[in-house]
Design a protein around this ligand. Structure first.
Ligand code: HEM
Ligand SMILES: Nc1nc2c(c(=O)[nH]1)N[C@H]1C(S)=C(S)[C@@H](COP(=O)(O)O)O[C@H]1N2
Ligand SMILES: [Mo]
Length: 465
């Protein structure tokens, strides 16, 4: 027989649920021990529906950690409440940064519906995408231990018996499926994408984008439903082992009725979660800070690459991987610039003979890594537009020598073309572009996601957005 105070906690459950007494605390003290006696003998399907199996995780005694409780769950929830909105906001900004409403930039089906918040992505400050996407990826990675701890802290609730009590309860459980499934799905797809460098099974963008809307919808209703309880738990007194049960409506089902002996304090658990997050943060953030810090990003695929040397910055998609051959970029390479029926075809020498400009701009990848400001040299996109009288064009479709793959082309908006720092770059760090960095010519635009800084450019189609 369990501690009498635990009976009281159970009674609260019964009060709230309005069901018959469930006797979960009476079936025998220890987790995993089949409850002997009356429950089994009463047997039958109806008893099973009412009480659950005589042993296993549907029984409160199965869950023995003395660390679970509303305060722990609420503390972890509060951290997620701080982090998830920032993740969502920076994620939406990243979507906007692609100018998904332009040309072939976005392959997401039904994107119109999700495009309500879009705005022309600015070119100032030039480090904007570096910041927003660095925060998005670093914060996402850092929150993983908190998310896992939060799920652990509420694990007994997943198994509460009976699984469905009423239509309203069924709806609530369905929303939890979207909350937990959504959280795991969005975090997993994000991390897979960083680790696989775009070699993602299926299409990452629609999956991650739609997944996060589902997750955030479920998250919002969860916050509305749980915030009062969370505030109560955080304001209320701390409860040590053996403390009286909390008042009704707080934490039933979380506090173990038959707790195992305490081997660590709640503070130790929170400390371990915090240390895990700190370790992930410290081994990830260097990829966004760049410079000497890049070496500290041991968990990031673009982490440890050194940044020294003229061309010394990470490569995303090598020329070989993109199927770019020597013939594509050799002496026969030409740049076609077109606006309506006006067309100019230029060799690299002719491009080098046009006015050359310098821009100090970073590469900032959607995967979260970015570089310091690199010293680019080349022809202004605005000058190339003027060459074919495209000054007023709504934008430009940039195409590369790459034959397949989503990033073989990208559309830029008029404000990006007009910015005097936007270049068709021919050189970086005082040397010709290397083959992997886009030789003979590539786009660099301030605040542009790296993926739209197209390499191995062969054609600029002004107005073709
Ligand atoms: C990634 C985000 C989150 C996930 C996946 C998550 C998941 C869950 C799940 C599955 C439950 C159990 C619900 C049940 O079966 O009744 C729960 C309970 C709870 N959550 Fe969250 N949660 C998240 C964020 C938050 C936030 C931001 C807060 C802060 C307001 C919060 C506060 C709570 C509270 C107070 C409970 C109540 C436990 C009880 O019924 O006593 N959660 N959470
Ligand atoms: N043609 C083409 N251009 C491309 C890519 C590509 O796959 N194909 N990758 C893009 C991505 S995702 C990034 S982050 C930058 C990286 O530039 P870097 O390899 O010179 O650092 O190039 C972009 N330009
Ligand atoms: Mo990228």
């Amino acid at each position: 027989m369990a501690d009498p105070s635990l009976r009281r906690a159970e009674d609260h459950v019964d009060e709230r649920e309005g069901g018959p007494p469930r006797g979960r605390a009476t079936g025998g003290g220890r987790a995993g021990t089949p409850a002997p006696g009356p429950r089994l003998r009463a047997g039958g399907f109806r008893a099973l529906l009412r009480d659950g199996p005589p042993y296993g995780p549907t029984r409160a005694e199965f869950w023995r950690s003395p660390l679970r409780g509303p305060r722990l769950t609420s503390l972890l929830g509060a951290v997620l409440l701080g982090g998830v909105p920032v993740l969502f906001l920076t994620g939406l900004l990243s979507y906007a940064a692609y100018n998904p409403d332009l040309g072939s930039n976005d392959m997401t089906p039904g994107k119109g519906l999700l495009g309500f918040h879009l705005f022309p992505w600015p070119t100032d400050p030039p480090w904007l995408y570096r910041l927003t996407q660095g925060v998005h990826v670093t914060l996402g990675v850092t929150l993983v231990p908190v998310l896992l701890a939060k799920l652990w802290s509420v694990a007994p609730l997943f198994y509460r018996w009976p699984p469905v009590r009423s239509p309203a309860h069924a709806l609530e459980r369905l929303s939890l499926l979207f909350l937990v499934g959504g959280a795991l799905f969005v975090f997993a797809t994000g991390i897979l994408n960083i680790q696989l460098e775009y070699a993602f099974p299926g299409s990452f963008y629609p999956l991650h984008l739609y997944g996060s809307w589902v997750f955030v919808a479920a998250f919002s209703s969860h916050v509305v439903l749980k915030l009062p309880a969370a505030v109560r738990a955080l304001r209320g007194p701390r409860r040590g082992a053996g403390a009286p049960p909390p008042p009704p409506g707080t934490g039933e089902g979380l506090i173990a009725p038959a707790p195992a002996p305490r081997t660590a304090s709640r503070r130790t658990l929170l400390g371990a979660v915090g240390l895990g997050s700190l370790a992930l943060f410290l081994t990830t953030v260097g990829q966004s800070l760049g410079g000497p810090f890049r070496r500290t990003a041991v968990l990031a695929p673009h982490g440890r690459l050194p940044e020294d040397g003229a061309d010394g910055f990470p490569v995303n998609t090598t020329a070989a991987h993109a199927g770019i051959t020597g013939a594509d970029t050799g002496p026969d390479w030409r740049l076609t610039v077109r606006y309506g029926d006006r067309e100019a075809v230029l060799t690299r020498e002719e491009l080098l003979a046009l006015p050359q400009h310098r821009s100090a701009l970073p590469i900032a990848c959607v995967e979260g890594w970015s570089t310091r400001d690199l010293d680019w040299e080349g022809v202004r996109l605005a000058d190339l537009a003027a060459l074919v009288g495209a000054d007023g064009a709504p934008g430009v479709l940039v195409e590369s020598a790459q034959r397949s793959g989503a990033f073989r082309r990208a559309a830029l908006r008029a404000n990006q073309v007009a910015d005097p720092r936007s270049l068709l770059a021919l050189r970086v760090g005082g040397e010709d572009l290397s083959p992997d960095h886009g030789y003979p010519a590539r786009v660099v635009v301030p605040a542009n996601p790296g993926v739209h800084n197209t390499k191995w450019v062969t054609r600029l189609g002004f107005g073709e957005v």
